[in-house]
Design a protein around this ligand. Structure first.
Ligand code: PSV
Ligand code: MN
Length: 393
């Protein structure tokens, strides 16, 4: 496919205009590996400065109007004030991510800890996060648990599932009518023997038991190598249990690199399932979030690049000729069906996206626009001194 015809172009651009991608506050902060955090100039020192950076990304891309918070990394005295500031900047506050993985008490787990006192503390944090959602107007409580065990026999696997279910129930029951609980899974790390929410099946089973306000979130970096993520997308969508994504790329484990960097074809296949399931529209309720760390590359341009990568994969997914695909599938035309997908995948959608941005009054090249904007030079000066925010700070 070289040039989409006018009706196709109209359909594709309309869908792209409605697309929304949420950026994570922590991606603007310093991060690193267990070996070293390399601090960067101009990095935010508090949640307000993270929001200012997120707003800059939105001004340049036009499709990133919300920013996710992580508590306690983004703890402030007055969340209503933070939400007000975000609105002034042109963005709103998105998912609230609970953090029950960085306290000394959580050595043996948080909500699945054998000690009821520690479990209480962890659950109270989840409830606190819903209180924060009430003040920020956030819809989604995103839960990831580092809980698990390192050695066979260390704890009772079934009892830990019971404790997990009880904690999720308390959090779920605290949700308002328009709020959701998004449960994230991850195969391993930091637990190396048995993780308590290791896979989508476990997350799905817990969400099913909880009720309609509980859905699964797919972090693209949280699977075993070779896992067919688009199958998970298709399955959960069909079951009405897909709540959203934490997008990022992995080469080895949970690498948290820019989405679309390691495997743009996988991202296309994921977005193809989303488009095929009519789940791209914001009203479909799928949260398209990034969950990334920019350890060596400049952060704001990396986040802009990630947003563009999601847009490009989406545009290609929208270009798939659904009628031709269905006809080939019905006819059992294996190669023909595959060719329909590959045809869309090989289309260079960058000119189309550049035109779309120009039509919306944006610079067609957001990365070049950022470089020209003087924003980095300004934050580098303004944010000299003070304590830069970082993963865990
Ligand atoms: C865990 O690896 C995770 O993907 C969860 O979403 C956490 O909230 C986030 O990373 C922390 O960076
Ligand atoms: Mn994640």
């Amino acid at each position: 496919m070289t040039h989409p015809d006018a009706p196709t172009r109209a359909r594709v651009t309309q869908a792209l205009r409605a697309q929304r991608i949420e950026t994570p506050s922590w991606a603007y902060a310093n991060s690193g590996t267990r070996f070293k955090v390399f601090p960067q100039e101009g990095v935010p020192r508090d949640p307000y400065e993270k929001i200012a950076d997120a707003a800059m990304v939105h001004r340049l891309t036009g499709v990133a109007p919300t920013v996710a918070l992580h508590i306690p990394w983004d703890r402030v005295d007055d969340y209503a004030d933070l939400a007000r500031y975000a609105t002034e900047q042109g963005v709103t506050l998105g998912a609230i991510n609970a953090n029950v993985f960085q306290d000394n008490d959580y050595r043996l787990g948080s909500v699945t800890n054998p000690d009821p006192g520690v479990r209480r503390k962890a659950i109270d944090h989840l409830l606190e996060c819903v209180d924060i959602m009430d003040r920020t107007g956030s819809r989604d409580l995103k839960l990831w648990f580092s809980d698990g065990t390192n050695y066979p026999g260390q704890d009772d696997i079934r009892a830990r599932q019971d404790r997990l279910a009880a904690a999720l129930r308390e959090a779920y029951d605290r949700l308002g009518d328009d709020q959701r609980l998004l449960l994230e899974y991850k195969l391993f790390e930091p637990a190396f023997y048995a993780t308590d929410v290791p896979d989508w099946g476990t997350a799905y089973a817990h969400c099913l038991e909880l009720g309609p306000k509980a859905q699964v979130v797919i972090d693209t970096g949280h699977h075993a190598p070779g896992t067919n993520i688009e199958f998970i997308v298709a399955f959960l969508l069909r079951a009405g249990k897909l709540g959203g994504f934490d997008f990022n790329s992995r080469f080895y484990a949970d690498d948290d690199l820019m989405v679309g960097a390691a495997d743009p074809f996988q991202l296309f296949r994921i977005m193809r399932e989303i488009v095929g399931g009519d789940a791209l529209r914001p009203e479909a309720g799928i949260a398209f979030m990034l969950d990334q760390c920019h350890n060596i590359e400049p952060k704001i341009p990396a986040i802009i690049r990630s947003v563009l990568n999601v847009q490009e994969a989406t545009a290609k997914a929208l270009l798939v000729d659904a009628d031709a695909l269905a006809a080939a599938q019905r006819a059992g035309d294996v190669l023909g069906a595959n060719a329909v997908l590959m045809d869309a995948y090989h289309t260079d959608v960058r000119p189309l996206l550049a035109e779309l941005r120009a039509e919306a009054g944006l610079d067609p090249d957001p990365i070049a626009a950022y470089a020209r904007s003087g924003y980095f030079e300004r934050i580098r000066t303004e944010r000299a001194g003070g304590q830069q925010a970082g993963w865990g700070a």
